[in-house]
Design a protein around this ligand. Structure first.
Ligand SMILES: CC(C)(COP(=O)(O)OP(=O)(O)OC[C@H]1O[C@@H](n2cnc3c(N)ncnc32)[C@H](O)[C@@H]1OP(=O)(O)O)[C@@H](O)C(=O)NCCC(=O)NCCS
Length: 177
């Protein structure tokens, strides 16, 4: 658990979520799904039941998974999830997803969650972090670039929302000793 003073004056607490967070996390996910079109799911499209969320959290964080919730006054305002494959040829890499509640955008929450991920990635010996981001999501890309991620490719028609296609950029950050 760590605590940070945001520039808004709010106190942000980060921690690994546990089973007791399942319902709050589902509510959070449904909320952020409706707040932008930049996630891989829209409102009601996450498709995870409470039982599945409990099972997901029971499996918990490990060497192969980094989970972090960010809370303000006990309410979840941000979430980050990275998965690594345990396969020897892939375990140096991992992909993550991140979201922050819209009323807390541009207050430094995303940067804090990503910085904690980078520290963890170094500590477990990862050598590369990958992500996919919608090509028109310039805000998220600015955050990623500011932390050393670079564009590595483009996937066309990666998402289809309401009949419209959206490309995604592949971005990555190497970790070298
Ligand atoms: C992308 C997201 C996670 C960023 O979280 P955040 O807490 O707002 O980010 P931060 O406040 O830590 O921003 C850090 C820096 O990133 C850049 N940045 C973040 N959002 C930006 C935006 N909308 N426009 C331009 N730059 C932006 C800025 O450089 C910012 O620093 P500054 O505010 O000091 O200028 C958040 O906007 C979000 O959840 N968006 C919807 C879901 C999403 O896009 N997830 C990522 C999918 S790949």
């Amino acid at each position: 658990m760590a605590s940070y003073a945001l520039r808004s004056g709010a106190q942000l607490v980060t921690a690994t979520p546990d089973v007791g967070d399942a319902a709050a996390l589902l509510a959070y996910v449904n909320r952020v799904a409706a707040e932008s079109d930049f996630l891989t799911f829209g409102p009601g499209e996450h498709g995870i039941t409470l039982a599945e969320e409990v099972a997901f959290l029971e499996a918990g964080a490990s060497t192969w998974r980094f989970l972090r919730k960010a809370t303000i006054e006990g309410e979840i305002v941000g979430f980050l999830d990275l998965r690594r494959s345990p396969r020897p040829r892939l375990q140096h890499t991992g992909q993550f997803g991140i979201s922050v509640r819209k009323d807390r955008w541009r207050q430094g929450v995303g940067r804090i969650l990503l910085s904690e991920l980078l520290d963890w990635a170094v500590s477990v010996g990862m050598r590369k972090i990958d992500l996919r981001v919608r090509a028109d999501n310039v805000g998220a890309q600015a955050l990623y670039r500011s932390l050393g991620f670079v564009e590595e490719g483009r996937v066309t028609r990666a998402m289809m929302i309401g009949g419209a296609f959206f490309d995604e950029l592949l971005m990555g950050r190497v970790i070298d000793p």
